[in-house]
Design a protein around this ligand. Structure first.
Ligand SMILES: [Zn+2]
Length: 227
């Protein structure tokens, strides 16, 4: 058995804390705001606001949605020791989104709008499974394309309000994509909210300077082309 050498007691040295920059530390302290959270939910790993026990609370101005989403991923994948780097993408997931969406597009082109809608719902459910540490740009692109097509299907089914809600989602996650604005304009026309429709068209045109007004909201041909 090895004996500790005299003068060098066999004790673990405490980990040296990294040198702190006092100015940086002061800034961190100045920004520090205590958050009153409660934990619970699946695996005691979900955060809630303390007074109201909700994940997203307007009164407390707290939103633990993203945190709990990551938490859930770790709970459901116990073998995942740490998130892979953000450059690692799940190609299978992209393929599944594309395939399901294209099945929807085929149905859409055959005027089977209700069946197409079901496929777009499915594709959206797949798209949102992308873990939050993977590329958010890809996530937004995939999801917005599917939701945009779903907006078109809802429009064809006469659900203009549903079409509008979807179009607004598209615009919110992919603002510089003209199609979202034109979808929104179409839905607004369906709802007879013409001044707002006009605003959406002109906003959409800002992101697509070569487009003409005729090619935008007033035509129905552009529903699923190329997406
Ligand atoms: Zn609260």
């Amino acid at each position: 058995m090895a004996q500790p050498v005299q003068g060098q007691p066999n004790v673990q040295r405490p980990m040296l804390a990294p040198q702190t920059d006092p100015v940086m530390q002061a800034r961190i302290e100045a920004d520090f705001k205590p958050v009153y959270l409660a934990v619970g939910g699946p695996g005691h790993a979900f955060a809630f606001c303390q007074p109201h026990k909700v994940e997203k609370c307007d009164m407390c101005k707290l939103d633990f949605t993203a945190l709990n989403r990551i938490s859930k991923i770790f709970i459901t994948n116990p073998n995942l020791r740490c998130p892979p780097p953000p450059t690692v993408l799940q190609q299978k997931l992209s393929q599944a989104v594309t395939n399901t969406k294209e099945e929807g597009n085929t149905l859409y082109k055959h005027n089977k709008h209700r069946e197409a809608l079901a496929k777009y719902n499915m594709a959206a459910n797949i798209a949102v499974q992308r873990p939050p540490w993977e590329s958010s740009a890809l996530f937004r692109e995939e999801l917005s394309t599917v939701i945009s097509n779903r907006s078109a299907a809802l429009f064809e089914l006469g659900d203009y309000l549903g079409a509008l809600v979807d179009a607004e989602t598209v615009v919110s996650i992919r603002r510089n994509w003209p199609k979202g604005h034109f979808r929104k304009a179409k839905a607004l026309v369906g709802l007879r909210r013409l001044p707002e429709a006009e605003q959406s068209v002109s906003l959409g045109l800002q992101f697509e300077p070569n487009n003409t007004l005729q090619g935008g909201a007033s035509k129905t041909h552009a529903n699923t082309e190329g997406e």
